[in-house]
Design a protein around this ligand. Structure first.
Ligand SMILES: *Cc1c(COP(=O)(O)O)cnc(C)c1O
Length: 360
């Protein structure tokens, strides 16, 4: 059995050179005589790993000095609660744009702690686009403004970000962090679960502007307070040590590829291969508004449910796996994160063309 082309939305494909490097170091990391998994998180060797990981991320994303990088657990889903608990201190009001499943989850959490003001929503058309925003409708006194920059399930992404003035912009970047160049200084908080574009599940990365730390509500559990983790350099308790090590290897791989600008170019090329085909095919279609299409998650449909089922089955036997659409939307979805090589996308399109001809 050889490695397949894995289009999973997450946990997702990792770069093969990274997996090989990790395999080579699995039993003994450098001269420590032990696996990274077996190391104290307070050892010299591990300190080196976590510091290098942070340094690499700062370098890749050009993170300004007045931001902290935190390595947490609990997934992006925990951030839906952690953000309001730490930021909703003044008006207890948060603005949010509802663009799908992941912002709905955030809305449910925000409502537990304060007022959630839905500025705009694309639910009227199955979240197939990003709503046009009018900054005149934003709450000037909101404690923060939440967006999901890439909607993993629905397949949309922001190409410009809302101008929120002095209101901190909070971004769930779980599925497109490090896929395109982003000006970190536009954001108060960026958070992301690792299992899409960074490494294995279990690590959650938070990039937070320093002035937003230290104002948590009194009810905030110690582990949900950003200050706890910022003051202790993500070592208040045991961090997900192996996940952080894997992130380091992914960051090194990304740096060698030309960093985020290099990666963005490849991602744009990759997505174009698939969208160009979808726009000319008479069997397969993209339901997403052209200007809002994700570079990372590409949902598509075939003309009938029967064809979709047959396509998924035949794709899998040909080594193109995990192409099922999310259980909430059906159809198909190709997630083509950073680690998916362009050959994988080209070969998938070749296969789709053959399938279309054979099933005319
Ligand atoms: C996957 C995902 C989540 C949920 O992440 P967990 O780590 O499973 O909590 C949240 N937001 C977005 C945009 C995602 O892609």
């Amino acid at each position: 059995m050889s490695r397949v082309y894995n289009f999973s939305a997450g946990p997702a494909v990792l770069p093969e050179p990274v997996l090989k490097k990790a395999a080579g170091e699995l039993l003994e990391y450098r001269d420590t005589g032990m696996s990274v998994m077996e190391m104290s998180h307070r050892s010299k060797a591990y300190d080196d790993i976590i510091q290098t990981t942070e340094y690499l991320l700062r370098d890749l994303m050009k993170i300004p000095d007045n931001y902290k990088v935190l390595f947490l657990q609990g997934g992006a889903s925990s951030q839906f609660a952690m953000v309001p608990m730490n930021l909703m201190k003044k008006s207890r009001k948060a603005d949010i744009v509802n663009t799908g499943t992941w912002t709905k989850r955030a809305i449910d959490e925000i409502k537990r702690y304060g007022n959630c003001n839905i500025i705009a929503s694309s639910e009227d058309r199955n979240f197939s686009y990003i709503p046009k925003l009018d900054s005149g409708t934003f709450s000037p006194d909101a404690d923060y403004f939440h967006i999901c920059t890439n909607n993993t399930i629905e397949g949309t992404r922001y190409t410009t970000y809302p101008e929120t003035g002095s209101v901190p912009l909070v971004a769930d970047m779980s599925s497109n962090i490090l896929s395109e160049v982003v000006d970190v200084s536009r954001f108060g908080i960026i958070f992301a679960g690792a299992q899409k574009n960074i490494g294995p599940a279990g690590l959650t990365i938070v990039i937070i502007r320093e002035d937003l730390i230290g104002h948590a509500m009194d009810i905030t559990p110690t582990m949900f307070n950003y200050k706890t983790h910022a003051d202790n350099k993500s070592l208040y308790n045991t961090p997900p040590t192996y996940g952080i090590y894997m992130a380091k290897l992914v960051f090194e791989w990304l740096k060698d590829l030309g960093g985020v600008p290099g990666m963005q170019k490849i991602n744009e090329e990759k997505a174009k291969v698939l969208y160009d085909f979808l726009d000319t095919s008479s069997m397969f279609k993209s339901p997403i508004a052209r200007e809002d299409r994700s570079l990372m998650n590409i949902p598509f449909t075939a003309s009938t449910k029967e064809l979709e089922a047959r396509f998924l089955a035949e794709a899998a036997t040909n080594g193109f796996v995990q192409l099922e659409g999310h259980r909430s939307v059906g159809g198909m979805r190709a997630s083509i994160y950073n680690a998916m090589p362009i050959e994988g996308v080209k070969k998938l399109v070749e296969f789709m063309k053959k399938f279309e001809t054979a099933n005319k």
